[in-house]
Design a protein around this ligand. Structure first.
Ligand code: APR
Length: 239
């Protein structure tokens, strides 16, 4: 079976009603990113950060995957498929993808604020699933420390980046969906694709990349993934 790596960003969930970050009307227009998504913000005002993620988590409870998520899950019928997502939502999992690597953490998980270490960023044993429940100041982990969202904030390492590099470098096909490719190290991942690996970029406003391997599909995620599914021979799509 050929291998596909799919790198996704906020745009893949836009048609599920989840706001992107940098589009007009995006999240960072209403919330200063340094207040709600940086480690300095957490030290300054953890209550505000908890509220911000409580709201995002609550919104997620009622969000459903869209056709793009479902097509990405359906790729597994023909390809060994690994999803690498910058998104903290769980819509790839809800759509049925079985191999999802979260680069920037997961909204439905928390961990004690003091389990950080330089090697992995945090210890995976201390990550807890909380579903869609809110977290407040004073909510403690079994080790007595304040719980924090299991999210990678600006100023923090990206523990899963090495795994992602391996998946991209081993892929026969790379698909990138709905990301402005402005945030590193995720934005540099495509460079690890093999010399002959086609790279499909599905985005209504595709990032300016000059790369001979690149095939741009300037469409929204659902429409673009439908087209790509046809090109990749997925049953039920194409002619
Ligand atoms: N279908 C596909 N793509 C879309 C759609 C859609 N319906 N709507 C918007 N887009 C595209 C935009 O054109 C843009 O290229 O989605 C992209 C969204 O870009 P960003 O808002 O920058 O989101 P993303 O690239 O995922 O951000 C990366 O930044 O703040 C951090 O941690 C956050 O993971 C996030 C990271």
């Amino acid at each position: 079976m050929k291998r596909i790596a799919v790198l996704t960003g906020a745009g893949v969930s836009a048609e599920s009603g989840i706001k992107t970050f940098r589009d007009s009307g995006g999240l960072w227009e209403n919330y200063p990113v340094e207040e709600v998504a940086s480690i300095e913000g957490w030290h300054r005002n953890p209550g505000l950060m908890l509220e911000f993620y409580n709201t995002r988590r609550k919104e997620l409870e009622n969000s459903r995957p869209n056709e793009a998520h479902r097509i990405i899950a359906a790729l597994e019928s023909r390809y060994k498929t690994d999803v690498i997502t910058q998104n903290v939502d769980n819509l790839h999992e809800k759509a049925g993808s079985t191999h999802v690597l979260h680069l920037h953490g997961e909204l439905t998980k928390v961990r004690p604020e003091n389990c950080y270490n330089d090697r992995d960023g945090f210890s995976t044993q201390s990550v807890f699933d909380i579903g869609y429940e809110p977290v407040h100041l004073g909510d403690k982990a079994p080790n007595g420390a304040q719980l924090r969202p299991h999210i990678v904030w600006f100023g923090e390492p990206v523990p899963n980046i090495e795994k992602a590099i391996t998946l991209v470098s081993e892929a026969d096909i790379l698909i990138i969906v709905g990301t402005s490719l402005q945030v590193y190290p995720a934005a540099g991942l495509y460079r690890y694709a093999g010399n002959d690996t086609p790279i499909y970029l599905v985005d209504p406003k595709p990032a300016e990349l000059r790369d001979g391997r690149l095939v741009k599909i300037p469409m929204k995620a659902t429409e673009g993934m439908r087209k790509l599914a046809g090109m990749l021979g997925l049953e039920g799509y194409g002619d």
